[in-house]
Design a binder for this molecule. Structure first.
Ligand code: PFF
Length: 478
């Protein structure tokens, strides 16, 4: 049975794939911009606390459930009881929605990467639009569709290759490359005059945001928690899926520490590339989502002759980060269907399954690709236009601004925290934390800190998640 599902070739390969899943647009784009909007250092501190007490714990839970059952997100819950199938379903649905908007963004990243490459070759990569390129691109539907499809095709191609020969092989080369390119960009940015203000914003203790009535402590907590789940690929069974392909001899507890640690490192490193770069060129880092495209383009345009090269490198690394994440998102669906087919006693056809799911996801993502991110008057109307209401304000109240925000609200805002909440409660109160301990000890490594994990599954994770979901719902109803 196990053989036609496949397995990771090595623990290193697994780690590169899992870290690759975690490290993505969430780190290089989401982290700096949310930090920029939600108080800099205060956000960072809460984020780090959450990673330790919630992230690591949920990560271990997912990896252990996956490896124990040898099944992906749906199969793992079904292995316990039919009653819990809905948790698996939420996971598959999240992966579906996230991949649809993620690939649209991935396509846009590719477009910027190619634009800087053309600039480097002495051509006009920005199609005569200069700094107005972003506004032009959103309404260039043919181009949007082309790059959306191209990004999806790359993702499909790798996932079709399988766990070891596709995902692992790609990640084992791409992730180290990403690390060194990022390091290079950080060092280059550090030498730009005025960069220091960016570091100060990140690391100088400042808690003024807590007294800001618009955001406050709960606002920061909610932003940091949402970011953490998304960034660590948690709450939707992606790590259950990856864990299901891991050999029994690998040390789960150690892996569950390494992945969040590496992901946090890369988020900090991305901040140390983006924040000082913005500071050096007088670009505001509280600008929100436009940071990755509009702000960074301005930064590279002002960097002088070397700017095109650094710009190309930067978008190339964002592209790598996005692909290693998108393949994990698609793998959630592929594994779901492979498990389903095998449960019926049939032989799964990975290539066919991957292609069919990717096509369905592509169709679901079309409104995201064609609504000009809610800028108005686009080929596809934004949710607020369809509903005939005013576009929302800040936070999740802005779910109706564009299709991307709507999909994001459903997945990252609701389904992922809910999925993690149910999983923690099941582990802590129904299945018993010992289930996790026993699975970890299968490899012959003693489990450390059982009491601490038990308290986290039973109390800390559920309490934090209930607060987050409550804040989300309050926001939603304005
Ligand atoms: N962790 C990825 C990022 O930070 O961009 C996004 C992601 C990948 C979320 C895979 C969820 C997932 F299952």
């Amino acid at each position: 049975m196990e053989n036609n599902r496949g397995q990771w070739g090595s623990n290193f390969g697994f780690l590169m794939a899992a870290i690759g899943s975690a490290v993505g647009l969430g780190n290089i784009w989401g982290f700096p911009y949310k930090m920029g909007k939600s108080g800099g250092f205060a956000f960072l501190l809460i984020y780090l606390i959450l990673v330790v007490f919630v992230g690591v714990v949920v990560m271990l839970g997912e990896l252990a459930l996956g490896r124990k059952t040898g099944k992906g997100t749906m199969g793992a819950y079904l292995a316990f009881s039919k009653k819990y199938a809905f948790v698996g379903f939420m996971g598959v649905a999240s992966g579906f929605l996230i991949l649809s908007f993620y690939s649209v963004l991935g396509g846009m990243v590719m477009r910027y990467m190619i634009a800087f490459l053309l600039q480097l070759l002495g051509l006009d990569g920005f199609a005569g639009q200069g700094g107005g390129f972003f506004g032009f691109l959103l309404y260039d539907y043919g181009g949007m569709l082309f790059f959306y499809a191209l990004f999806m095709i790359i993702t499909v191609y790798i996932v079709m290759g399988g766990i070891e020969k596709g995902i692992e092989k790609f990640s084992a080369v791409a992730m180290p490359a990403l690390f060194f390119i990022l390091l290079f960009v950080i060092v280059y940015v550090a030498f730009q005059p005025g960069a220091a203000d960016g570091y100060a914003f990140m690391f100088k203790p400042d808690f003024s945001v807590f007294t800001n009535p618009e955001i406050g402590f709960f606002g920061v907590l909610k932003a940091a928690a949402g970011q953490m789940f998304f960034s660590l690929s948690l709450g939707m069974g992606c790590m259950i899926t990856y864990g299901s392909y891991l050999s029994k001899k690998e040390n789960l507890q150690k892996n569950a520490l390494i992945i969040p640690f590496a992901d946090t490192m890369v988020a900090l490193m991305a901040g140390m590339a983006v924040m000082p770069a913005c500071a050096a060129f007088g670009v505001d880092y509280g600008r929100g989502p436009g940071l990755l495209f509009v702000s960074m383009q301005t930064v590279f345009a002002n960097m002088g002759s070397f700017g095109n090269f650094i710009g190309f490198l930067f978008y190339f690394l964002v592209f790598i980060a996005a692909v290693t994440s998108s393949i994990s998102l698609l793998e959630v669906s592929t594994t779901f269907e492979i498990d389903r087919t095998m449960a019926k006693g049939k032989e799964p056809n990975r290539k066919k399954i991957t292609l069919i799911y990717a096509l369905a996801i592509f169709v679901v993502g079309l409104p995201v690709c064609l609504d000009a991110l809610g800028s108005g008057g686009a080929a596809v109307k934004a949710p607020f236009e369809i509903l005939g209401i005013e576009a929302g304000g800040a936070g999740f109240a802005m779910w109706n601004d564009c299709w991307l925000d709507l999909y994001d609200m459903i997945s990252e805002g609701v389904l992922m925290p809910l999925g993690a909440l149910v999983m923690s409660v099941l582990i802590g109160w129904v299945w018993n934390t010992k289930t996790i301990k026993e699975e970890c000890e299968e490899s012959g490594h003693a489990f450390t800190g059982f009491k601490m994990f038990e308290v986290c599954y039973k109390f800390i994770v559920p309490v934090v998640l209930v607060i987050v979901l409550y804040a989300q719902i309050m926001d939603f109803f304005g």
